[in-house]
Design a protein around this ligand. Structure first.
Ligand SMILES: C[C@@H](O)[C@H](N)C(=O)O
Ligand SMILES: C[C@@H](O)[C@H](N)C(=O)O
Lengths: 159, 159
């Protein structure tokens, strides 16, 4: 009945935030063109809704070996944009629910978040699609997260 | 060479933000369990990095007919969480690049953002996966966005 097929863990990630950028056309393009020009692979990109109507916090993940260079690029662009700050952290892992049609299953994301919270695992970033719900958590929590999610979604019953 | 296969447009969406929630375990679970209990389908969920270390802005999208009920649920939970605010807007559309392996193509997201900015289309929310890059834009910009993205990614050459 559940649409979840598996749990994926990516420990080779680092998260970067470019905070309080102007929320107007061209900003996202500037940041990610600069990263692309350095051939830096970007995995997750998230932009949520900001409490200020005119600002945005852009966050993205890169592979851990690229962190230093990605931060340099981000800081350079942030300066030009007069963004408030660039933050970075490689003490993270990305844990993802992989499935199909998860959008039409309202409880799936809730259950993933609930499972993580039961072990006091804090969720730092979230991005979803119909086939994937990804959460960034503290790196040391990654394997535990996979374990408890396998159990919660009945995936540990398959050998 | 490009991994992009198509452009999708969803005009049946509304965005909701629960702003400045405490960034600690259990918060995401509370919000989305409440929505799931009302059988409200949630499509995108995004959580970016917040400039305050201890807060988060949670944003999500629902189908437009569910906006009113989703806002009621969100406000109820927001009150319990002492979140700052719930914001909502149904004057939006979601435009998505659909493809494969887009993660390993650093310039793809940048090109999408650049194309939108060339027409001064502001990007309000972003969520990505290897097979999908989704941007929330103003609803009136949705069809234009699809058009210019088709052109930019050479998809208009196929009949
Ligand atoms: C913040 C950023 O996404 C901006 N709104 C843009 O369109 O580029
Ligand atoms: C903000 C929210 O994601 C919180 N960190 C949680 O784990 O539920």
């Amino acid at each position: 009945k559940e649409a979840v097929r598996g749990i994926a863990l990516d420990e080779n990630i680092a998260k970067i935030g470019v905070l309080k950028v102007p929320d107007k056309p061209g900003i996202a393009a500037k940041i990610f063109t600069a990263l692309a020009n350095e051939k830096i692979n970007v995995d997750m990109i998230v932009q949520s809704i900001h409490s200020s109507g005119s600002l945005a916090d852009m966050a993205f993940s890169v592979e851990r070996p690229d962190l230093k260079q990605a931060v340099e690029v981000a800081k350079k662009v942030a300066k030009e944009l007069k963004a408030e700050n660039v933050v970075a952290d490689d003490d993270v892992a990305k844990v993802s629910l992989v499935g199909i049609g998860m959008v039409s299953q309202p409880g799936t994301a809730a259950k993933m978040f609930e499972t993580l919270s039961n072990e006091k695992i804090n969720i730092q970033m979230i991005a979803t699609s119909e086939i994937k719900i990804s959460c960034v958590v503290k790196r040391e929590a990654g394997k535990k997260a996979v374990q408890i999610l396998h159990k919660a979604f009945g995936l540990d019953k398959v050998s």
